[in-house]
Design a protein around this ligand. Structure first.
Ligand SMILES: Nc1ncnc2c1ncn2[C@@H]1O[C@H](COS(=O)(=O)NC(=O)[C@@H](N)CS)[C@@H](O)[C@H]1O
Length: 485
C-alpha cells in the first residue's frame, strides 16, 4: 500500500475536551490515511484509499437498507436551472446564500445561470410531475448518493462541514395521502435508527423547532449524536414536505374517482457526517477503532519472524489467512520488512479490530495470540479454534463499541429545570429542560444557555418538567439544547 501521507504521529495527549478533540480528529484523518485535506479549495477534501473503502462499506450498508424497503436508486444531473431552483420560495430563501453558480460554458456566458445542487428537490420534483400520472404510480420512492455543494460560511471541517458534500444520500418519496407520507417518515426514522445502531453510533431524534426546520418542509425530524467535545452533530434528517413542493412543481395524480390531487412528499438525507461521527465516537488515543462491519481489514496478522523459523512462521500465517478467508473474514498478512512493534502501531492507528501475532513459541505450541483493538488486551487461542473464535470476537467487538458509545452518550445528557445549571451544562453535552413551546422562550433559551435548541423528543412524549425556565409558565414539552457543529 502506498504511504500517501508519510508516517504521521497522533498527538499522544489523551482525548478530552474540545481543543484536544479537534486536534485529535484532524490528526487521525491524516495519520490513518482517511482524507488528504491539502486540496486547494476550502471545504473540499480528497478521499484516500483506506478512508474511501470505509466510506464504500458504510454506503453499501445504507444502500442495502434502502433497497430492502422499496427505494429505487437513480442519478440526477448536478446542475439545476436558476428558475427551477428559485421556484419554491421558502426553499430558496433557505439556500440562496449557500448556492454555487455556473455562469459560463467555455467562453460563452450561459443565457441562464445553473446552480450546483445544494440538495436535489428542485431537480427531482419536475421529473416527479412527469413520472406520476395516477394513484397506480404511487408510492414513488427513490434515492441517490451523490455529491452536493453548499457555500458554507461557518468553519469548514473534513466530513463534518464541507463545501462539497461527497457522500450525500438523499431519498425522495411521493404518496397519495398524508397518512401514507406520515408512515414513510416513520419508515425513514426506522431505517436511520437501524443504520446508526449497526455502526454503534448513539443518537437522539428530535423534531426541530419551527425556526430551524428544512426550508420548505412541514416539519423536520433530526438525528443528533454527541461528539467527544460535548457538541452535537446532526447526522441525519427526515423531512415531511406535505404538499408544499407538489403545489410548486404541479406534482399531481389522478385519484380513483378521476380527480387531480397533489401528492404528499417526504425527503431524508444522510451525509459523510456518519463517517465523521463513527471515527470520533469509537476512536481512542491510539487512533481509529472501526466497527468490524465496515473495516477494510477485520484481522491483520503480524508474523514475529526469527532466524531459522521465518519460513515456517510465514507458512503458518498463510494457513491462518486461508482458514479465516474461508469464514468470510477480511484478513491481511503484514510481511513488510519492519519491526513488529511498528506494525502494531500502524494497524492500531488504522483501527483494525483484531490482530493475530504468530511467533516461534506459537508455532511450537500450535497457538496464536489475538489482540482486541477495542479492549487493548491479548488472548492466546489454539490454532484450530481460530475459524470459530475470530468471527465471534468480531461480533463481540461490534457490541462492545455500541455499548461503550451508548454509556458515554447517556452520561452526556443532563436533565435540569435550573437555568443556572442549564447554562453551565450546555457545551458539556445535551441539556433537557421544560419548555412552554413559544418561539420567544425557545430563542431566549438559546441566548441565555449559549446553545441551539435541537427540538422536542421524537416520537412525542409527555414532559416530566413542571415549568418553562424562561417564562415560568407550565412546561408543555421537554426541549433539548446543546452546542452544535
Ligand atoms: N456542509 C455539510 N457537510 C456535511 N454534511 C452536511 C452538510 N450540510 C448538511 N449535512 C448533512 O446532510 C444532511 C441532510 O441535509 S439537510 O439539509 O438537512 N436535508 C436535505 O438536504 C434534504 N434534501 C434531505 S435529503 C444533514 O442532516 C446533515 O447531516
Amino acid at each position: 500500500m502506498h504511504a500517501f501521507l508519510g508516517n504521521a504521529q497522533l498527538p499522544s495527549t489523551p482525548r478530552g475536551d474540545r481543543l484536544e478533540f479537534s486536534e485529535w480528529y484532524a490528526e487521525v484523518l491524516r495519520s490513518a490515511e482517511i482524507m488528504d485535506v491539502r486540496y486547494p479549495v476550502k471545504g473540499m477534501y480528497v478521499w484516500l484509499p483506506y478512508g474511501f473503502e470505509i466510506r464504500q462499506r458504510v454506503v453499501e450498508k445504507l444502500r442495502r437498507k434502502l433497497r430492502e424497503t422499496g427505494h429505487e436508486e437513480v442519478l440526477f444531473p448536478t446542475l439545476i436551472p436558476e428558475t427551477q431552483l428559485k421556484k419554491e420560495s421558502e426553499h430558496i430563501a433557505g439556500f440562496e446564500d449557500e448556492v454555487y453558480w455556473v455562469t459560463h460554458g467555455g467562453l460563452k456566458e450561459l443565457d441562464e445561470k445553473l446552480a450546483l445542487r445544494p440538495t436535489s428537490e428542485t431537480a427531482i420534483y419536475p421529473m416527479f410531475a412527469l413520472w406520476i400520472r395516477s394513484h397506480a404510480d404511487l408510492p414513488l420512492k427513490i434515492f441517490q448518493i451523490v455529491n452536493t455543494f453548499r457555500y458554507e460560511t461557518k468553519h469548514t471541517r473534513p466530513l463534518i462541514r464541507m463545501r462539497e458534500i461527497t457522500t450525500f444520500k438523499e431519498a425522495h418519496t411521493a404518496h397519495a395521502t398524508e397518512e401514507e407520507a406520515e408512515e414513510q417518515v416513520k419508515e425513514a426514522v426506522e431505517i436511520y435508527s437501524s443504520f446508526f445502531d449497526e455502526l454503534g453510533i448513539p443518537y437522539i431524534a428530535s423534531v426541530r423547532p419551527e425556526w430551524d426546520k428544512f426550508p420548505g418542509a412541514e416539519y423536520t425530524v433530526a438525528f443528533d449524536t454527541l461528539m467527544p467535545d460535548g457538541r452535537t452533530l446532526q447526522i441525519g434528517t427526515v423531512h415531511m414536505l406535505g404538499q408544499n413542493f407538489a403545489r410548486t412543481f404541479e406534482v399531481t395524480y389522478e385519484t380513483e374517482e378521476g380527480d387531480q390531487e397533489y401528492v404528499y412528499m417526504t425527503c431524508y438525507g444522510i451525509s459523510d457526517r456518519v463517517v465523521a461521527s463513527m471515527i470520533a465516537i469509537h476512536g481512542d488515543e491510539r487512533g481509529l477503532v472501526l466497527p468490524p462491519d465496515v473495516a477494510p481489514y477485520q484481522v491483520v496478522m503480524v508474523p514475529i519472524l526469527k532466524k531459522g523459523v521465518r519460513r515456517k512462521i510465514l507458512e503458518r500465517a498463510a494457513e491462518v489467512e486461508e482458514m479465516l478467508r474461508e469464514e468470510g473474514v477480511r484478513v491481511k498478512v503484514d510481511d513488510r520488512d519492519m519491526s513488529p512493534g511498528r506494525k502494531f502501531h500502524y494497524w492500531e492507528l488504522k483501527g483494525v479490530p483484531l490482530r493475530i501475532e504468530l511467533g516461534a513459541r506459537e508455532l511450537e505450541e500450535g497457538t496464536a495470540v489475538v489482540f482486541r483493538r477495542d479492549e487493548l488486551e491479548r488472548e492466546t487461542y489454539a490454532f484450530e479454534e481460530l475459524p470459530d473464535v475470530v468471527p465471534e470476537l468480531l461480533e463481540d467487538i461490534a457490541m462492545e463499541l455500541r455499548k461503550r458509545a451508548r454509556e458515554k452518550f447517556e452520561k452526556g445528557i443532563f436533565r435540569t429545570d435550573s437555568p443556572e445549571e442549564a447554562r453551565r451544562l450546555v457545551g458539556e453535552g445535551i441539556v433537557e429542560t421544560g419548555w412552554c413551546g413559544s418561539e420567544r422562550c425557545g430563542v431566549r433559551m438559546e441566548e441565555e444557555f449559549g446553545g441551539d435548541v435541537l427540538g422536542t423528543p421524537y416520537p412525542e412524549e409527555d414532559t416530566e418538567f413542571e415549568r418553562c425556565p424562561i417564562c415560568g409558565e407550565t412546561a408543555e414539552y421537554t426541549v433539548r439544547i446543546a452546542k452544535t457543529y
